[in-house]
Design a protein around this ligand. Structure first.
Ligand SMILES: [Zn+2]
Length: 456
């Protein structure tokens, strides 16, 4: 196996600003147009917080100190933090303070996708798609997600959003930018009738053979992609047999190896066991969905240190809608239901075995509107029987590790960047409260409030 498949360094988001290929004259802040909501000269101290650190059980009455962009102290109950002139002190009254969440499968450029029936990239002009995406990432941030990892972008908008946020043009989360979909001719994504004579270049690059995959991956990286989106099989809501491979093993290997050579990651839409094993052979970093995961797959996933984004909210919503429309008896829903139940049954086992699970789904499709993000977390608890604390760990610690920023983000610890959210109530007792934006009292990214309804 080529060494590039075995050794790769994840992009470290905290070090990386905007993608260099989009910034030929990087001058840092030449476009800085946004003034932070509040500029704090001194430290910010949160007292009497229910601390959910992203890993352990909650600790009551903790004190968390933020100085500049970082957390500088986390004091347990009973330990006094010496105040200094200029400190701003907030009494949390037992509200929960937790790490900002990471949406690890996200398409900000999808907006009512599927409603018009045609290809997603032809729904709007690219400029309007970018505006919708800008709105959607701000919505994501206000819902307590301070980072996202792209799972397929149209018109390479992820990388442009990342640049705009880094330049201070707009408020938004930290981003690991996705590529467009890199897929085969006539494969899962290439379903536009040939006689329409339209290309898919807004959403996908059609490749056949390892060389074309190598070229496409390099092209996407040049456009600022940090993670390459591939389609390995159909299924999980896509009209394509999950048992049929949508890409050859040689093509998959070439795509993965090329991305890893340039220190970028690869993710694949994959459902069947056959597809999962092909991904493991090619050392794909993120398995999207992985409905057919079994004990053998789990072993390989652990060995490869791959991540899994189950995204079961999407099929759950499709089934919910089918029932509402009275179409539930249609046989097509039996396989969706079977895959959903199978994944639900497998998730607690995978989680207990140590598989790094992450959250995220196909928000922006018609059945999954933007803003409904935290309902996904509830599905893992209520339908798959995963403990709320585990789901929170998927959404924080695991997400940050996947971004390559585990040292800087994902948990509340002294020395880490202050990406956090403050919520009324305890999500480890009732995870559904994360869906209520009125309960989210503050969102902080890098020590700056993005939302602040707290009273000093
Ligand atoms: Zn997706």
């Amino acid at each position: 196996m080529p060494t590039a498949l075995l050794h790769r360094k994840k992009p470290h988001l905290a070090e990386a600003g905007a993608p260099s290929s989009l910034d030929p004259w990087p001058s840092g802040s030449y476009n800085r147009a946004i003034v932070p909501l509040e500029t704090h000269m001194g430290r910010i101290i949160f007292e009497r917080a229910n601390l959910i650190d992203g890993d352990h059980a909650p600790k009551k009455d903790a004190t968390i100190v933020v100085d500049g962009e970082r957390i500088t102290q986390v004091a347990p109950k009973g330990k006094q933090v010496k105040r200094a002139p200029g400190d701003t002190v907030y009494d949390m009254h037992g509200r929960s303070l937790m790490p900002g969440m990471v949406m690890a499968h996200f398409h900000p450029t999808y907006h009512n996708a599927g409603v018009w029936g045609g290809p997603i990239d032809l729904q709007h002009p690219p400029t309007y798609a970018a505006m919708l995406a800008a709105k959607n990432v701000q919505e994501l941030l206000m819902c307590g997600y301070t980072s996202y990892i792209g799972a397929g972008t149209i018109h390479s908008i992820d990388a442009v959003l990342k640049k705009a946020i880094a330049d201070g043009v707009l408020h938004g989360p930290r981003i690991v930018a996705s590529s467009r979909d890199v897929v085969t001719t006539g494969g899962v994504v290439d379903n536009v009738p040939y006689w329409w004579k339209v290309g898919l270049e807004g959403i996908a690059l059609l490749c056949d053979g390892p060389d074309q995959f190598r070229r496409a991956v390099r092209e996407e990286i040049k456009r600022g992609a940090e993670i390459i989106k591939l389609y390995i099989t159909g299924g999980h809501g896509l009209p394509w047999d999950p048992e049929q491979m949508a890409i050859g093993q040689d093509e998959l290997n070439a795509a993965s190896e090329t991305a890893h050579e340039r220190n970028k990651m690869v993710r694949g839409h994959v459902v069947s066991k056959k597809g999962i094993l092909a991904c493991l052979k090619a050392r794909v970093d993120v398995l999207d969905h992985a409905d057919g995961m079994d004990g053998e797959c789990i072993e390989g996933i652990l060995k490869n240190k791959a991540f899994v984004a189950p995204s079961i909210f999407y099929p759950f919503r499709l089934m919910e809608e089918a029932k509402r429309r009275g179409e539930w008896e249609n046989p097509r829903w039996r396989s969706v239901e079977r895959d959903f139940e199978k994944t639900c049954a497998m998730l607690p086992e995978a989680s207990a075995a140590g598989v790094k699970l992450v959250v995220g789904d196909d928000y922006g499709t018609a059945s999954l509107p933007h803003g409904s993000y935290a309902r996904e977390l509830e599905i893992y608890v209520k339908r798959a029987g995963v403990a709320p604390l585990d789901v929170i760990r998927w959404a924080t610690k695991n997400g940050a590790e996947l971004m390559g920023t585990g040292k800087d983000l994902g948990t509340i610890e002294s020395g880490k960047l202050a990406d956090l959210l403050i919520i009324d109530g305890d999500p480890t007792a009732d995870i559904a409260i994360l869906q209520d934006k009125k309960r989210i009292k503050a969102v902080m990214k890098g020590g700056q409030f993005e939302k602040n309804e707290l009273k000093e």
